[in-house]
Structures are given as C-alpha cells and as structure tokens.
Design a protein around this ligand. Structure first.
Ligand code: IPD
Length: 278
C-alpha cells in the first residue's frame, strides 16, 4: 500500500539533520540568552533561526500545510490544531540545557493529519541520536528498532519528570508533593533530563519506564509521542483519560499498569490548553 506521507517524513529527516548541524555549531560560539514569559523561560537566537530554517524549507515544498512552532507562537502566531496537514515544531527542546551546554538538546517535529499524529522525529543532536517513528511502522533510533521496557511494576521503575520553578505557589507545592508521592511508592529513581522529547524517547527505548509532566506544550510532545507509541508505549492524560495533544500534560509509560498507577497517585493542577490560552 502506498504511504502518502512518506515523502514528507523523508523531507523532515533531511531538514532535521541540517537543523542539528546548526545547533551543534551554535554550541561552539557564545550564546546570547533572552527571557520569554519568566526568568526560567529562555530563548536564544538559535531557537529562532532553527525554527525559520525548518519552516521555510517545509513551506517551500508544501505551501498549503499548516505550522505550529514554538517560536512562531511566542511571536503571536496561533496554536490551533486543525484537520489540515500540520507540522508541530520545537526547534530546540531543552533550551535551558542548550544555554548551559547540558547534553540533552533535541529538535522535535510531529506531523498530524486530521489531528492524528502520522509521524514524529526527535533528534537528540549532541548525542547524535535520531529517533524516528511512522504510524504503524515502528520506532527507530539511528535506524535500529527500539521498544519500551515493558515494565509493569512501578516499584521497579525509573521515572522521569521535570521540576521547573512555578510562579503559582499552589502549583509549585503540588509539583513537589507529587515528587514525594512518587519517590515514596517507592520507585527505583526519578530523573530530569531537561528535554520533554528526549524524555519520551528514553521511555521508548527502555532506558526509563515512565515520564509524567504538567505544563509542557504540543511542540514538546508531538514528535516524542509518535516515537513512544510506535515503540509499544502507552500515552494517557494526567487524569487517566485519553491523551490530548493540546492539553499541555501527559503520562508516558512502558505499560498501561504503570501509566494508570501514576495517574492515580499524582494530583493535577490547571495548566490551561495550547489551543485556547495562547
Ligand atoms: C522545555 C523542555 C523541558 C520542560 C519545559 C519545556 P523548551 O522545552 O521540554 O524539559 O521542563 O517545560 O518548556 O522550552 O526548551 O522547548
């Protein structure tokens, strides 16, 4: 059967490789840091240049497609997911890591049609790991098939989450309380690599068993969601319901048992939505 989106995925792979070179080159130079919504929400010229490179290259080939890009949205573009073929782009996922040269920095691109993710690419460009996944065709790292650990026992698991500063004291306290709850189940450990897309790929390749997060965006999730799903992982909403790409929250796990256990243990807080709050 012919694959209508294969050409888009091939093009995506080429442009992602170029973007990765741009990121690695930028790491050799001085990095000028700017603030966005808060002192811990950072952006650099490289985030903006990489997004321009990716969008212009795709637009030239596919002029009718839609885009949701982190830096375009920051500059005022809408972030509404429609049925049109849509490229959801995070030019640098892990900008804080990039600024500190902490080695988990990725380029994340997810491609949706009729709001369904068709493929995802996450390039962890310092590690030089290219994660790719096409719906129904499996997940790969540098061309080698990957799969989740299959772990079902939370007490044997490695859990990933991120713990950034939050302006809202109630959210901040809930985030800390959730960490304590998960740590005291107990689990083998909690880690915070600093890139949501890399976190999902770590679950996809079995290096971690779960990842949960409230407060990220569709561009942090789209590429990795394809990878983890195709690697046999489970993605659900923090509430335990179905995953919603625009909801700014998710639980990813190696098994439904672990995903549902995390949903049961942690307390939600309101983070808004990408399609109504931008
Ligand atoms: C960030 C990373 C980080 C997460 C933040 C995200 P960005 O993405 O995914 O892991 O904790 O919430 O904003 O801003 O570097 O693209």
């Amino acid at each position: 059967m012919s694959d209508p989106w294969k050409e888009c995925m091939d093009h995506c792979l080429e442009v992602t490789k170029k973007a990765g070179e741009m990121v690695r080159e930028a790491l050799q130079k001085e990095i000028a840091v700017m603030q966005k919504s808060s002192p811990v929400d950072l952006v650099t010229e490289t985030d903006q240049k990489v997004e321009q490179l990716i969008i212009s290259s795709i637009k030239e080939k596919y002029p009718t497609h839609s885009f949701i890009g982190e830096e375009s949205v920051a500059a005022g573009a809408p972030s509404v997911l429609t049925d049109n073929p849509t490229w959801i782009i995070d030019p640098i996922d892990g900008t804080t890591n990039f600024v500190h040269r902490f080695p988990f920095v990725s380029i994340s691109i997810g491609f949706t049609v009729k709001k369904e993710i068709e493929f995802g690419i996450v390039y962890s460009c310092i590690e030089d790991k290219m994660y790719t996944a096409r719906k129904g065709k499996g997940a790969f790292c540098n061309g080698v098939p990957i799969k989740v650990s299959g772990q079902e026992d939370i007490s044997q698991s490695m859990v990933l989450t991120e713990m950034g500063f939050k302006n809202d004291p109630e959210q901040f306290n809930t985030m800390l309380a959730n960490l304590k709850t998960i740590l005291t189940l107990p689990v083998h450990g909690i880690r915070s690599p600093g890139s949501a897309a890399v976190n999902m790929c770590l679950v996809a390749c079995g290096s971690a068993d779960a990842y949960y997060h409230m407060g990220i965006h569709c561009w942090d999730m789209a590429g990795g969601a394809a990878v983890v799903k195709e690697a046999g992982g489970v993605i659900i909403d923090i509430s335990g319901g179905p995953f919603d790409l625009m909801s700014r929250r998710l639980i990813v796990a190696s098994s439904r048992a672990i995903a549902e256990r995390i949903a049961k243990e942690i307390t939600e807080f309101n983070v808004g939505r990408d399609d109504t709050d931008n």
